[in-house]
Ligand binder design. Sequence first.
Ligand code: HT7
Ligand code: ZN
Length: 876
Amino acid sequence: PAAIHLTDYAPPQWRIEQVDLCFLLDPADTRVRSRLQLRRTVSQEAPLVLQGEELKLISLTVDGQPMASGNLHQDENSLTLHELPAQCTLEMETAISPEANTALSGLYVSGGNFCTQCEAEGFRRITWFLDRPDAMTLFTVRIEADKARYPVLLSNGNLTDSGDLPEGRHYVVWHDPFPKPSYLFALVAGDLVCQQDRFTTCSGREVDLRIYVQRHNLDKCDHAMRSLQKSMRWDEDTYGREYDLDIYMIVAVDDFNMGAMENKGLNVFNSKYVLARPDTATDDDFVAIDSVIAHEYFHNWSGNRVTCRDWFQLSLKEGLTVFRDQEYTADQSLRAVKRIGDVQRLRSLQFPEDAGPMAHPVRPQSYIEINNFYTMTVYEKGAEVVRMIQTLVGREGFRRGLDLYFERHDGQAVTTDDFVRAMEDANARDLRRFRRWYDQAGTPVLDVAGEYDAASASYRLTVRQSCPPTQGQSEKLPFHIPLTLALLDSQGREIPLRLEGESQASPGERVIELTAPDHVLVFHDVPEAPVPSLLRGFSAPVKLRFPYTHEELAFLMGHDTDDFNRWEAGQQFAVQMLQGQIHDIQAGREPMLDPLFQEAFARVLDNDTLDTALVAEALTLPGETYLAEQMQVVDVDAIHQARQFTRRALGEALAARFRAVYDALRDSSGVAGEQMDAAAMGRRRLRNLCLAYLCATGEESAPSLAEAQYQAADNMTDAMGALRALMDCPGAIQERSLAHFEARWRDEPLVLDKWFGLQATASDAGALERVRRLMQHPRFSIRNPNRVRAVLGAFAMANPVHFHAADGSGYELITNQVLELDALNPQIAARLVTSLSRWKRFDAQRQGLMRTCLERIVAHPGLSRDVYEIASRSLG
Ligand code: HT7
Ligand code: ZN
């Protein structure tokens, strides 16, 4: 398959000024009639090239006349029309089969209802079109269907007409007054009910809010509705963005490739990100739903009103919208807790991507299949890039820049460069060097060293930046990096900062702008040797190296005035200790728990002035994938053993304190109504963490404690907290609790996914057999992406010990499933292949096994572009 390059971008030669669509819905044979008002945008004759996939063209006329056959060329994925008048009307009818659409892209059937997914290139699976984001069009959509089977018929914009038709059929007409690209088109038809509410915008307009679900889920929509209303208000208050249609609809569907889709006025959601009741969804689910609802809502401005010129600009909307949803969540509860979660995600998922064969810039230069570029880099690193701009220009400057961006580009399809230019123009700043963040892949490294000179009372920090080579980019130019720092005295107070050349010291922290490979920062009037607090709040997506002693890390854990960095010091300390233990295990020695770490850890546990959510974060050890990132050759077994050893050793050493905190938080779950606030969530988090440490000890009474919690739980967080803790305690209690859960929830697919995931990630012996058994479970289906993620995705991405079993059995299982899945749903199959892509990080034997699997995949006949791109890049 051929790659598409950013440098080949050319604007479309035709504009579709208006499109009228008429859908005659039928699961096996849907007819799509389209009328396109076309206008040529260039002066000389130019062919009109429309895209299409798996379409049957039934008829075509131009200005009511059939085309001369010599002027019409159709191949598998394109329709070319020659010698068209500069302005004309093109009418077509196409036939499609939604029920045969297992790829879940275009128009498909889920749970007996029709729905669409058009981003990135799904619209071409519905009808022939200029299926590219810079082709913005006014849409009018008529839908006709059987009234009994499909009482609800939805599309974008406002409802303008509806009525009955002969033979039990009915119709609706929707008109969207905002021009949009085809990827934002949506249609939903089915037997759905809706929860309805209202929102009054800042200018006093009334908006009708509706969440459509299957009838049995109507009692799980309250949280999503509240989230939508909060997001709408927040975007007005924070960024001055008002909603623009009279209606905003969300539809929950069970079969969905990703999280949700921001179609204009008609968001389609994976039901996982809508449905929640305290007894069916965990606190993490509630928070995730709030953030995805917000994310899709925020797209109405950052994505829909201002969209992307081409798919290389994807981060223009995704990086910016992730940044906006992160800020929204940070404003809902504790900012530092949100930041910690985001940084953990970035470091455990994006950093590895940026260091592997799939590494690509935030604005990629080329792709084979765009669906493979909805990545952690485009989304999460893209959000970090936006965050750095805010750090550089300040919050007010950022708001000015965003206002200018929306004002300048409303109704346009633009580039990341346009975004940066608005920030520059609104703030009179030159961000030329900063733009390299969009073009250069790889995670920069900052090597920092400090030296105190008592005689001159000065402290000298030297900072060197570098960036490892990535595919196609062997040399990197220096990045523009905001480094937020403070110097702490021995009491933990921030020392006022006076840099060389400055006449006055300023209190508090500073943002230092690094633009060169090397910087020397000399601070004066420093009364004692300070402990530097560097990269506060994770001010840039880089790897920081500073030779802290264990004593300094323990000091920062207790004293840093930056919440994020206090957590970070604990993580660094834990990483250093775990690395030592990994070496010991590899050398056949007994690992040891560092007493200094234990003390610092215990002090955090005992600190009742800290927010409980923050304490829970601080007491969570770095994850196995993050630890793997720190190793030259990944040793999954030693990593797992070291981490388990430390959990157990801490559990044993501090058992009485864990138990005391656990008991003190016993009555904290609260009663329904007040149990979903951030404080209650923080308490549950800490309490479940204590339980997990207690269960990690292997102590006899621990499983009963977990079982008692499981049985008494009135909420899914505590039920799952108990079950998860029990996964460390094989035996009768674990078995009967798992069996109870399965019996109770087997008819709630989203809840059962938790049960699938827990077992697919269990590290005890027999994991592979268990995964095979789970795939035979009557509720498992390879056609449902949530099920695939819960079983196969969880196994491949979150069960390193068994996925990387030395005999290659884990790789074999995943490879076979990838190939089976590829024929049905290439997008989901491609996601699964990424688990094999970092084969070079492992020992020779595993490398050989993984490479063989990748070669088998690439050689498979009829392979999709999606899987081919990931597998072949991984091998290359
Ligand atoms: N903009 C959407 C990205 C998307 C997607 C969503 C559902 C299924 C397939 C999809 N392909 C691309 C989601 C978002 O970022 O908001
Ligand atoms: Zn998005």
